[in-house]
Structures are given as structure tokens and as C-alpha cells.
Design a protein. Sequence first.
Length: 313
Amino acid sequence: MDFLFIPLALVAGALLAVQAGANAQLSKAIGSPFAATTLQLSVGALVLLLLTLLSGTLVALSLLPNAQWWHIVGGTASALYVISGILLFPRIGAVVSVGLFIAGQVLASAALDVFGVLGVKATGLSLGVTVGAALVMAGAPLIVLGQKNTPTEAGRGQYGWMALALFAGAVLPVQGAVNALLKHDLGGAMFATGAVSFVVAAMTMAVAQIGVTTMPGAAKASLDKSSLDKLSSVPWWGWLGGFAGATYVTTVFTAIPAIGAATTVGLTVAGQQVASVFVDKYGWFRLPQRPVSKTRLLGVALLLAGVGVIKLI
């Protein structure tokens, strides 16, 4: 049955690019990326809670007090990733953002497999992991260098955005491993685990929203009546972020124990990269169109080659 995770992981990875683009539109309508992220994560939490109820596993939530506290906080990674996508896609482009997300994901997942931490079975430093990680790290800079006419924050600020993308990618495999531990704590209840993760993520973003709006001199954007009125301008696909995120998170924490962290991330990476190229080339989700240069394509090829090596060798 493990082979079923191959197409699921590919689709889940592609949905990450959809999630970031959709969330960017919701953020634009509301006027606050923090408020938009809170709303989308709340949608994902409600979907997963409904699935928990329909699957008859709601009782699994009663086991939550017995779980270790750090098994419960995996959802904070979703909050970081979603807000990073909202901030990064309009500034450095979909391919650059996803390329750096990928580099962080692959390196973190390789570390999980090599060292066997967070409940992941240790595989040791294999030739495939070594060569694959090297190819990924060679491909990510080429994608960045191949990005032309990218709107960024002035001056050296763009390097800060790139560092954020790398870190945001790295926390995703860690989240998957932590959520797999939480799933075990909850007696294997898949949807209940996802629901807890998304509730934590939504609460994290709500706290961040409150913190931002109370800072001296900060813009007071929030979900007031004026901003809610603007939600009518959001297209139907602008609400898909929560569904996409729920699918990704649920797929990853169920796939990691079955096929390993590096393989799971490798498959989601392939889906991410293909989807992000289309987002940039055709300006999907009302984002600016950006040409796919030969340098960027070479970077994409190296990334995908690295993923293949990690999976196959």
C-alpha cells in the first residue's frame, strides 16, 4: 500500500504552490497577511475537524492531554510556511521562493533520515542522500540567479527574504515528523491529528496578528467590517489555501513513517516545482508573469535530479 503515497505526495506538493498563490489574493483583499493566514488556517482546521467527526475518530481528541507538549506544537510550522508564502511570492517570485523552500525541505528531511531523530528511522549517510543534497544545493542558487526583474525589497533586504524561504522550507519535514508522533499519541487517528495541527497553527497566527496590530506605529490592519467587505472581491479559488494546506499536512505525516522523510519530501518537491513554474510563466492566481530563463530551468533540473537521486539510490 505504500506505493499509494507516491501520487498523493506529488499532488500534495503541487498544492503548496496553489496554497501560497491563493493566500496571497486573500491577503491582498483583507490588507493583512497575518489576518488572511489566520482565516485560511481556520478553514483548514474546520475541514479536518469535520472529517474527524465523519470518520468517527472524534474520541481520539480525548487522548490529547496524554501527549507530550512538543508533539502538539507542530502546527506552528504551517503558520510560518503560509505567512512566508504570502510575503515571498510577490517579492521574489514563485520559482525562487519554492526553490529555496525545496532546498530547506530536502536538507532537513535528509538530516531526519540520516540521524533518525523525531521518531524517523535512521538510514545513515547514503550515497543517494549525499549526491542528491549536493544537486539540490547547486540547483537552488541557479534558480535565484536566473530570476530577472524580480520585485524585491530595496537593497540587501532581498537576502533576508531568501533566508526566510530557506528556513520556512526546513520546518516542513520537521512538522511532518512531529505530527507523526502526535498521530501515534492519538491512537493513529489521521484526521484528528491534522485538526490539532491546524488549530495550533490558526491560534499561532491569531496571536501574531494581535501582536502586530498592537506594536507602536504598526498598521492596524485587521478583520474589521471594512476589510471583511473586501472579501467579496476574492475569487472562489482564493479560499483554497486551507484545503490545500490540510491535504499537504495530512499526506506528509502519514507518508513519512511509511516511505521515509527524504522520499516523502522528494515527491512533494517535484509537485511543488512543476506547479510553481506554471504559476510564474502564466501569472496564475493574479501574480505577475515572469519568464523562465535557461538558468532557472537548469536550476529546476538540478533540483529535480537531486530529488530523484535521493529517492532511487
